[in-house]
Design a protein around this ligand. Structure first.
Ligand code: PLP
Length: 360
C-alpha cells in the first residue's frame, strides 16, 4: 500500500496514540477536515484578526465523533469485544453504529426519545444498530449504559472511554499542522465536555513535543438551558434546540474546568436565540452549514466581539488567530434549517410570474 495515501487519524498520528502493530485499524478515513478562513467573521473581529472554521461536519458520519470512535472501536476489536454500547444525543450513536458495522460487531445505542435530530437517527438505524429510545434524557441514558457495562461484557464507547478522548485530540494536531502553530484562541461548544478535554490535551502534547510554540486560550460555550458548568450545578431538565449539547451533568466536567483555567479561558453560555442567529450568519455569510450545537461556537464568538473581549489583544498590533470548531454538519438536522427560514414560496410554473418575482 502507498504510505502517502491518507488513511485516517490512527495511521496519521499513530505515534501520539495508544496503538501498536497488533491493533486492527477500523477506519473510514476520518479526520483531515478543512480549516476554512472566514472572511466575514474576521472583519467583525477587527483588523489584524483571522477567524478559521474547523469544519468537523466533513468527517465520514458528519461529526467529530468519528475521530474518537475509530480508536475506541479499533481498541475494542483488539481486545476481542463483540459488542459496544453508548448513550447519545445523536452523533455518538451515528458514529458508533457506522464503525461497529465496519468492524462487524454489535452496536447498541440508547437515545433520549424525541430529542435527537432526524439525520442522526437515520444513521444509527441504517447502520444496523439496536436503537432504543428511552423515556428520559441523555443523562439518564448515560447512567443506564454505565450500569449495563459494569455487569455485562459490552464495551462503553461514550467519551468516558479514554480512547475517545485520545482520538479526538488529533483535531488540535491538524489545526497546529495547518497554521504552523496553535491559534491564539479556540472557541467550541461544550456538552458532555469530552471534546474540550481532548483539544486541550492535544494542544499541550503538541507543545511539549516542540511541534507548536504556544497554547490557545480555550473558550467554551454551553446553551443557556443546558449550562451546568456555567451555573456551577447539574441541570435536571436541560433544554435547548442544540440537541447535541443538551446535557445536564457532563461526564468530563472537571477536565473542562482544567482546560478553562490552565488556558486562562472561559466557559460561558449562549441563548437558543443567539445560536440560531449565528447558525444563519454562518450559512448566509460564510457558506458553511453546521448544526445548531456547532453554531454555539459562532454565537460565542459574536458574544465576545460584542463584549470587546478581543480588543485588548488587537491593540497590541499583532495578528490574532481564532479557530471556531464546527462540530457537526448542518444536514444532521434539516428540520431545524427549514423551521428557521420561511418555507419556499409556491409559484405557478409561468415565465412572467417567475421573472417578476425575482425582480427582473
Ligand atoms: C457531541 C457533540 C458536541 C458536544 O461535545 P462534548 O464532547 O459532549 O462536549 C457538540 N456538537 C456536536 C455536533 C456534537 O455531536
Amino acid at each position: 500500500m502507498n504510505a502517502k495515501k491518507y488513511k485516517g487519524i490512527i495511521q496519521k498520528y499513530s505515534r501520539f496514540l495508544p496503538v501498536n502493530s497488533k491493533t486492527p485499524i477500523i477506519t473510514l478515513n476520518e479526520g483531515n477536515t478543512p480549516l476554512i478562513y472566514a472572511g466575514y467573521l474576521s472583519r467583525l473581529v477587527g483588523k489584524n484578526s483571522e477567524v478559521y472554521l474547523k469544519y468537523e461536519g466533513l468527517n465520514p458520519t458528519g461529526s467529530f465523533k468519528d475521530r474518537g470512535m475509530t480508536l475506541a472501536i479499533s481498541k475494542a476489536c483488539e481486545q476481542k469485544a463483540t459488542a459496544v454500547i453508548c448513550a447519545s444525543t445523536g452523533n455518538t450513536s451515528a458514529s458508533a453504529a457506522a464503525y461497529a458495522a465496519r468492524a462487524g460487531i454489535k452496536c447498541i445505542v440508547l437515545i433520549p426519545s424525541g430529542a435527537i435530530a432526524l439525520g442522526k437517527l437515520s444513521q444509527a438505524l441504517i447502520h444496523g444498530a439496536k436503537v432504543l429510545a428511552i423515556k428520559g434524557n441523555f443523562d439518564d441514558a448515560l447512567n443506564l449504559v454505565k450500569e449495563i457495562t459494569k455487569m455485562f461484557p459490552i464495551t462503553l464507547v461514550n467519551s468516558l472511554n479514554p480512547y475517545r478522548i485520545q482520538g479526538q485530540k488529533t483535531a488540535s494536531f491538524e489545526i497546529c499542522d495547518y497554521l504552523g502553530n496553535a491559534p491564539d484562541f479556540q472557541i467550541m461548544p461544550v456538552g458532555n465536555a469530552g471534546n474540550i478535554t481532548a483539544y486541550w490535551e492535544g494542544y499541550k502534547e503538541y507543545k511539549t513535543q516542540g511541534l507548536s510554540k504556544r497554547l490557545p486560550v480555550m473558550l467554551g460555550f454551553q446553551a443557556a438551558g443546558a449550562a451546568p458548568i456555567v451555573r456551577g450545578k447539574p441541570i435536571n431538565n436541560p433544554e435547548t434546540i442544540a440537541t447535541a449539547i443538551r446535557i445536564g451533568n457532563p461526564a468530563s466536567w472537571k477536565n473542562a474546568l482544567l482546560a478553562r483555567d490552565e488556558s486562562k479561558g472561559l466557559i460561558d453560555l449562549v441563548s437558543d436565540k443567539q445560536i440560531l442567529v449565528a447558525y444563519r450568519i454562518l450559512a448566509e455569510k460564510e457558506g458553511v452549514f453546521a448544526e445548531p450545537a456547532s453554531a454555539a461556537s459562532i454565537a460565542g464568538l459574536l458574544k465576545l466581539i460584542k463584549k470587546g473581549y478581543f480588543q485588548r489583544y488587537l491593540t497590541k498590533q499583532q495578528k490574532i488567530r481564532i479557530v471556531c470548531i464546527l462540530t457537526g454538519h448542518g444536514l444532521k438536522d434539516p428540520e431545524r434549517a427549514i423551521k428557521t427560514i420561511q418555507p419556499p414560496k409556491l409559484m405557478r410554473a409561468d415565465f412572467k410570474t417567475i421573472i417578476k418575482e425575482i425582480g427582473y
